[in-house]
Design a protein around this ligand. Structure first.
Ligand code: MEV
Length: 463
């Protein structure tokens, strides 16, 4: 872009918004109407956006929807999801309904500690064991010092809990690592953990005078902050209603088990399978103002903890043919502090969820991941994914061809029924529709999609 223009926009951060946008207009030769888009703030005021990040010029809206039908540990939830992918909210809602009607999800917090890391250098590997012994024999003192950094956390029942030491004598530069595990309660904890690591680094250098501390930072492999969710789905709910299928519910459950085995054995499939899980997790993490990069990094690293990248979920068939699912995921989440309380949409999303603590939020999010996974596997083992995607794609093409309002539905339904899903077909259908062609107007939501369920139109999703 702009090969002859310099990106060294010195002092950009000091400019007011108008001046920043003017500079961008010039840099990227933005037409005025494009530059105006930057001025549409929506729920997030520019003042807040500018507080959150540097060099802010506007905000980036994503659709916010709610996944319905969630029952977790006997409590009903409407789950806010911020996501651009068309089928995600409906898929989660549909699968959650099968689970709801089968009794609901159960979920637990397995462990609730965040890990901070302090890298220790300049010690010969021959001295590692004695250095480790020194650190471990001072563990209570280190924990006391860590807790003095955040006395209020301790009062809330959190704080530093454990110390461990890891050795890397074979590394290119041999080093040791001190882990401090902290319960950060309802805070995501990145700042808490990082402050504690920086404080403890001083103590480490004092206890090991020959050492030099390197990095001091939390670990996003939050394998001590794990959430688990389970569901049982009555096999009759697995049968798609809108397609002829000779498959019985128990046969579909068996196929879902086979799909799980595929993902758990083959990293190429596991990555896509887990992407389907993240389809449920990320949108809630985003809607509630949490750090989805941390959650993504943590989940994928956790999926590879055995040395092979594997499925985050497990699906099996019960004796009676019902389907049983379970997921275990590390979720670094907060419901207090930072963006969660400042971003109006994050605040609202948390209120929609009944203002949960971080533990409850994690349980609901684990269930959203399991539900999304179930929806995808049910589609993949029955109707296939493309049928539903084609309908959604057809809608996008209809919009791109200029269809407005109810025209979008008519044009896309016609393309799907004609099995001609392309830009040309959308343009042709739109011009015929506008010329009064009743044949196009009257095509019903194809493939058994009920009129009352228009926005839930993906075959991938329908029960
Ligand atoms: C698409 O967003 C997600 C899926 O590919 C997940 C999967 O294959 O399991 C449908």
């Amino acid at each position: 872009m702009s090969s002859n223009k310099s990106s060294r926009l010195k002092g950009f951060f000091k400019l007011n918004r108008g001046a920043r946008i003017d500079l961008l207009r010039d840099f990227a030769s933005l037409p005025v109407d494009q530059a105006r888009v930057l001025g549409h703030d929506g729920a997030l005021s520019f003042e807040l956006a500018d507080l959150f990040i540097e060099n802010a010029v506007g905000s980036y809206p994503l659709p916010l929807g709610v996944a319905t039908n969630f029952k977790v540990n006997g409590v009903d939830y409407v789950v806010p999801m911020a996501v651009e992918e068309s089928s995600v909210v409906a898929a989660a809602s549909n699968a959650a309904r099968w689970v709801y009607e089968s009794g609901g999800f159960t979920a637990q917090i397995v462990s609730s500690l965040m890990i901070g890391q302090i890298q220790i250098l300049d010690i010969e590997p021959s001295g590692f064991e004695s250095a480790k012994a020194i650190l471990l024999s001072n563990a209570s003192e280190l924990i006391r010092i860590a807790n003095a950094v955040h006395p209020r956390l301790l009062m809330r029942g959190g704080g530093a809990k454990e110390i461990e030491v890891k050795l890397f004598p074979q590394a290119e530069v041999p080093f040791m690592v001190l882990h401090i595990a902290l319960d950060t309660r309802d805070a995501m904890g990145a700042n808490l953990v990082n402050t504690v690591c920086e404080r403890l680094a001083i103590e480490v250098e004092r206890l090991l005078p020959k050492s030099r501390v390197g990095l001091k930072i939390l670990s996003n492999l939050a394998d001590r902050k794990l959430f688990r969710a389970q569901c049982r789905v009555r096999s009759e709910f697995l049968k798609p209603k809108d397609v002829d299928s000779n498959l019985s519910g128990p046969q579909i459950a068996k196929r879902i088990h086979e799909a799980f085995v595929f993902a758990d054995s083959d990293p190429y499939r596991a990555t896509t399978h887990n992407k389907g899980i993240m389809n449920g997790i990320d949108p809630v993490v985003i809607a509630t103002g949490n750090d989805w990069r941390a959650v993504e990094a943590g989940c994928h690293a956790f999926a590879a903890r055995t040395g092979r990248y594997r499925s985050l979920s497990r699906w099996t068939v019960a004796q009676d043919g019902d389907l049983e699912g379970e997921i275990t995921v590390p979720l670094q989440l907060g419901t207090v502090g930072g963006v969660t309380r400042l971003h109006p949409m994050a605040k609202l999303s948390l209120e929609l969820l009944g203002s949960p603590d971080a533990a409850t939020l994690g349980k609901v999010i684990a269930c959203a991941g399991l539900a999304s996974n179930l929806a995808a596997l049910r589609a993949l083992t029955t109707t296939g994914i493309q049928r539903g995607h084609m309908k959604l794609h057809a809608k996008n093409l209809a919009l791109a061809a200029g269809a407005k309002g109810s025209e979008v539905e008519s044009v896309s339904n016609w393309m799907v029924s004609e099995r001609r899903v392309s830009v040309q077909a959308a343009e042709e259908a739109l011009s015929k529709l506008r010329a009064g062609d009743k044949a196009i107007e009257s095509v019903d939501s194809a493939d058994g999609v009920e009129a009352s369920d228009k926005n839930n139109q993906s075959g991938f999703l329908k029960a």
